[in-house]
Design a protein around this ligand. Sequence first.
Ligand code: G4P
Length: 530
Amino acid sequence: MNFNESIEKRRTFGIISHPDAGKTTLTEKLLLFGGAIQSAGAVKNNKIKKTATSDFMEIEKQRGISVATSVMAFAYRNKQINILDTPGHKDFAEDTFRTLTAVDSVILVIDVASGVESQTEKLMEVCRMRNTPVIIFINKMDRDGKEAFDLLDELEQSLDIKVRPLTWPIGMGDRFQGVYNIYQKGLNLFSANKTKIAEDVYAVNDIHDKELDEIVGEEPAEELREELEMVEGVYDAFDREAYLSGEVAPVFFGSAVNNFGVKELLDTFCEISPAPRGRVTDLRPIDPYENKFSGFVFKIHANLDPKHRDRIAFLRVVSGTFERNKFYQHIRLDKKMKFPNPTSFMAQDKSVIDQAYPGDVIGLYDTGNFKIGDTLTEGEKMMFKGIPSFSPEIFQELENLDPMKSKQLDKGIRQLIDEGVAQLFIQQPGNRKIVGTVGQLQFEVINYRLINEYGAKCRFVPRNYFKACWITTDNEEQLETFKKAKHSLLATDKDDNLVFLAETTFLLQMAERDYPDITFHKTSEFMLDK
Ligand code: G4P
């Protein structure tokens, strides 16, 4: 197979959902279809249970397992599929946001009863920022939930994206009979079955045919006909280009736990989803088909065993071919590095690879050289952009409890920040360290790791901020006035960008009103344009 074909057959995507909607179940079923695992339950172990919030060690144990399943690769219908795992636990949302920079498309799972939930909205915001193509899978049709049209309206309104159903459900809950495949004009009948593919497929060339009444019953058949007519009236015909540009999300209905609708989803995914796409650097856009290798680190996984300080940096190959033992340029450190043991991930197995292609994610053993966002190239001095930081939601000041260990504390906290465990803002006077996270769990992680890996003791003092906003302006004079007035609420981030720590929504709105020439960014994504 030549280089271009190797790229074209790759599909790298992530599955996202609000916890409990069915992400783990769907992932598992996809792996079963791909033959990458033999039995159900294999992925489940990887899941960080919501109940375990206070049991940090338990979570870390599970995170340990999750290294192996961070990327799940399998072959299906002549495609090489890479699923990038995203943690379901909301305290690890930042991890998920970053993983989304390494995918080319996304499958969003929605629970038919719960509809759009808070986590779904946030994740979709990130997808929209980068126009990531999205397919929606409405799950748990075997349970009673929202009416299909209402749910589609809700999706359009809350997620700010157009939708286009490609299948249509016949009933739901106890009355769920299956789905009608609008494009293939087929009827897939449902029978609850957790172990095998639970579909009987009938071709229905004409939905007005009496045969439909015989199969699903007169009333449901009539209802289906009416609803399909409405679907055609309300929604534009499916347009692949609009999907690829992130404007329209095709929608499927099914039941992951019963294996229903999953094959259809996967088949359509293989047909319409994008092959690996390029990425933007501070120098120029990079095309995946360029023959020189480039890639970026989007995730770092630390080994919690203090005897083994090594970490795994996850790198997405953007262009060219990555080769084992070849020297590459680490741009930020301006240093040549080679990697004797790059790993790829096949479901639960890790193996050393000799080569990797655009779209692939490889694990690089790291002894502290990598930060999230780092770029490797064959020499060209450029950095990939757009690994954004999002405003944290919880802020606490880090206080050193052992003055003899302040160096260790400093080193430890900086390394944890490089791994993306939390964000650090420095406040003057006194270089005060404000740590910001999206969840309380991160503070436990930091505390534990500072003690165990760096021998540093600290405590966290809650600070009452509500958002950190990155600040830009062309009006230097206004900026100076602002700095004087808000001195005590200003800080700098890890890259020395100025950040305003707003105490309430109201105070943020006041600042926006009083300083109209200053822009308050809730993510660092604006740096894409810098
Ligand atoms: P998540 O990764 O998005 O958090 O969700 P997960 O797949 O773990 O699914 C959450 C719960 O929903 C699980 O039940 C799972 O079995 C169930 N589920 C997934 N798909 C369907 C479906 O199509 N229909 C129905 N009725 N349930 C579904 P659990 O009780 O939390 O776990 P388990 O004990 O069943 O494993």
